[in-house]
Design a protein around this ligand. Structure first.
Ligand code: BOM
Length: 141
């Protein structure tokens, strides 16, 4: 659900600042991670892909090939309130998006495409959070 996704995003987003330097993602492109879900934010910058790889590695959510670590992602999402209602769906949606973009060799470029696909899939499924929902739970993390 969008509520659960807001918790996951609030927690995951805390790692953005640790990854700014090595990813080269400027605050002009994305100031706060919650804006990833904004209607006006376009998920297109290669540097965002690099940042997502770096952030995911903080929580062991990726394998060495920069693809999702299924078990760890499942457990990570499950660790949030009512996370069990989202974990399986989330792993499925991300994996479907990985399959669509599997031909892109550059890891950062591929991951940003996977992330854009994931955002669209979540909107279609009605589980994309509003930025305000993320703001409401940010203080918990
Ligand atoms: O093959 C790439 C696998 C990683 C894809 C991650 C897609 C989602 C990143 C952007 C959105 C994040 C929102 C919540 C936390 C996800 C862990």
């Amino acid at each position: 659900t969008a509520e659960v996704m807001s918790h996951v995003t609030a927690h995951f987003g805390k790692s953005l600042e640790e990854c700014r330097e090595e990813s080269g993602l400027s605050p002009e492109v994305l100031e706060e991670f919650k804006n990833f879900w904004s209607e006006d934010f376009e998920v297109v910058h290669r540097e965002l892909g690099c940042a997502i790889i770096c952030m995911s590695n903080k929580f062991s959510l990726m394998q060495d090939d920069a693809r999702m670590h299924h078990d760890n992602m499942h457990d990570y999402v499950k660790s949030f309130p009512q996370g069990d209602v989202l974990s399986e769906k989330m792993v499925q949606l991300i994996h479907s998006c990985e399959k669509v973009h599997d031909d892109i060799e550059d890891d950062c470029s591929r991951v940003v495409k996977v992330a854009a696909c994931f955002k669209e899939s979540c909107k279609k499924e009605g589980i994309a959070p509003e930025v305000a929902m993320i703001e409401a739970v940010m203080e918990k993390y």
